[in-house]
Design a protein around this ligand. Structure first.
Ligand code: HPA
Length: 289
């Protein structure tokens, strides 16, 4: 017996890699019905960072729910739109919001935006997120270029029959986070006079913030920031051969460091404060690619 499901989109339905090509073809057709812009860069904007999309010239915005198989975004602070346009003449595709595991989304849905970027012609993906500081030196407002990640979600979008036409069964993740692009991020940050740290991002499944013991564990494992996104997207992007870089905006010290409880409102407020600094860095980074 199946349970009645009144949601026309079953966000939890597993999508093995082998099912992605047909789904991506439908997504590409829906995008191409609206614009023939071929992005060079795909970018995902995390919690509170959506305003970066305002930098796009001649934007064509498509709400998630108008794309086949995509449910509307549910996370507060996430608009839920795919926007194609240019930034200083460079064609880009920007996701304002993203699909999180904690919304009940299948891993294969979480990674579809980066796979779509690739299908649309992008070569580079920029992943941004709001995160907690696991490194005690990384307080609210710290910007951190991601050097590597630790996937603590226990999930993978690559489980199930592989799609050999998209990527190989056992993708290598050495230098998954491109040293070349990270160097470019640092150059852009210096030119903008913005401080940019380096660090390792640990991805948890959420939606609860971590316990203090989990933050300490992440720190011992080598993490500098903790969050609830990004890691599955990075793996899928490497699977299809995209060059990956990313920046975490540390909105709060990790749980337990200050004794003050974490709230989503504080996270969004810190994102609003530091978001414009990150926007400047990314804009220059893209312009100088
Ligand atoms: N933990 C996980 N995700 C987050 C945090 C945090 O402390 N802050 C913003 N996103």
């Amino acid at each position: 017996m199946s349970t009645p499901n009144h949601d026309p989109i079953d966000r939890a339905r597993p999508i093995p890699p082998a099912d992605q090509p047909a789904r991506l073809a439908a997504l590409v057709a829906a995008v191409r019905a609206r614009t023939d812009l071929v992005p060079r860069v795909g970018m995902i904007l995390g919690s509170g960072l959506g305003d970066l999309a305002d930098a796009l010239e001649q934007p064509v915005a498509i709400p998630f729910e108008e794309l086949p198989g995509w449910p509307a975004a549910t996370a507060p602070g996430h608009a839920g739109r795919l926007i194609l346009g240019t930034i200083d003449g460079v064609p880009v595709a920007v996701l304002q919001g993203r699909f999180h595991l904690y919304e009940g989304n299948a891993p294969g849905l979480v990674v579809q935006p980066v796979l779509l970027f690739h299908q649309l012609g992008a070569k580079i993906v920029i992943l941004t997120n709001a995160a907690g500081g696991a490194n005690p030196l990384f307080g609210p407002g710290t910007l951190m270029a991601v050097t590597d990640h630790i996937n603590l979600t226990g999930r993978s979008s690559l489980m199930g029959a592989n799609a050999d036409e998209l990527g190989e069964r056992f993708p290598d993740l050495t230098d998954a986070w491109s040293p070349r692009l990270r160097e470019r991020l640092h150059v852009a940050a210096i030119e903008e006079g913005v401080a940019l740290e380096d660090g390792v991002y640990a991805g948890f499944i959420g939606p609860n913030y971590e316990t203090p013991a989990e933050v300490r564990m992440a720190r011992i494992l080598g993490a500098d920031a903790v969050g609830m996104s990004t890691v599955l997207e990075a793996v899928a992007a490497r699977w299809v051969g995209l060059e990956v870089c990313g920046v975490s905006l540390v909105t709060n010290a990790g749980a337990g460091y200050t004794g003050v409880a974490l709230t989503h409102e504080d996270v969004l407020a810190a994102g609003l404060e530091a978001g414009p600094r990150l926007a400047r860095v990314l804009r220059r980074f893209i312009a100088e690619l």
